[in-house]
Design a protein around this ligand. Structure first.
Ligand SMILES: NC(=O)c1ccc[n+]([C@@H]2O[C@H](COP(=O)([O-])OP(=O)(O)OC[C@H]3O[C@@H](n4cnc5c(N)ncnc54)[C@H](OP(=O)(O)O)[C@@H]3O)[C@@H](O)[C@H]2O)c1
Length: 243
């Protein structure tokens, strides 16, 4: 039976590359995009190659949008094998002294409440799959171990919103994994923590040293885990990453 996957923020960057790579394996792709035009353009690119792709209008900050997304996916399938919570917002790199609750709230709405909104809404479809998997696209910047290592450039980036949102997402991943052993909940960082590398995308103005294909390696690994694979882990493309 073919696998199906919903990818939030699937219209570009790592989300689109994950969609492209999983479609190469014959998967049905539900390509989430908050902007319908950009989503359609991305879905058309895959469809041109013969992929079974459905563009799903999906703004992870909106309950209504998420509800509509569930309705649309349900019209095509009665189960979802994999959910990739990929959509992310970098925030404005506001320093701790200048950060306000509003600044944090905007970033958390996408990076923390977004994955919870989408996961909660899609749990029934995930539970209907034989061995469901949820991949949380987190960041090394949200790792306490990375932030405790002065050799990591992330420690010199003095901002609050993005890093703490990804730390929250890491804990949320662990808590889901503990409570739902029937679903694999794992987190990735798209870079190479040991080599202090990340993937070149719009989010970092293409300053990353890795390609999007390299950046999606851990996403693909966790999306395609065997039924006896791990849950509650955090990895990059080289292996396990410390929380
Ligand atoms: N690149 C890296 O090395 C790196 C490192 C660590 C973590 N990450 C994480 O990887 C994920 C993907 O980022 P990327 O590097 O591929 O950046 P990107 O190319 O900027 O892609 C971000 C995606 O998220 C979507 N998005 C933002 N807010 C959204 C919302 N409210 N609802 C739905 N979609 C929304 C964007 O949609 P629009 O096109 O409409 O803006 C876009 O599709 C993010 O979670 C990011 O934090 C990336």
């Amino acid at each position: 039976m073919t696998n199906s996957v919903l990818i939030t923020g699937g219209n570009k960057g790592l989300g689109f590359e994950a969609a492209r790579r999983l479609s190469e394996q014959g998967w049905t792709i539900f390509l989430g995009s908050r902007n319908e035009g950009r989503g359609k353009e991305a879905a058309d690119k895959l469809a041109d190659g013969g992929v079974n792709v459905v563009m799903v209008p999906l703004d992870v900050t909106s309950d209504e949008s998420v509800t509509e997304a569930v309705r649309l996916v349900r019209a095509h399938t009665d189960r979802l094998d994999v959910l990739i919570n990929n959509a992310g917002a970098p925030g404005n790199a506001v320093t701790p002294a200048n950060a306000t609750a509003d600044e944090l709230h905007a970033v958390y709405d996408t990076n923390v409440y977004g994955p919870v909104r989408v996961t909660h809404a899609f749990l029934p479809l995930l539970r209907a799959a034989d061995h469901p998997r949820v991949v949380m696209v987190s960041s090394a910047i949200g790792s306490f171990a990375v932030q405790a290592d002065p050799a990591q450039a992330a420690t010199k980036l003095h901002e609050l919103a993005y890093s703490s949102s990804k730390a929250a997402l890491n804990m949320i991943t662990v808590r889901y994994a503990q409570a739902h052993p029937e679903i694999k909940f794992n987190a990735v960082t798209p870079g190479e923590v040991a080599n202090r590398k990340f993937a070149a995308t719009d989010m970092n103005n293409h300053t990353g040293q890795l390609t999007v294909t390299e950046g999606t390696d851990p996403i693909i690994k966790l999306a395609t885990l065997d039924p006896d694979g791990p849950t509650g882990i955090f990895i990059d493309r080289l292996g396990p990453v410390s929380w």
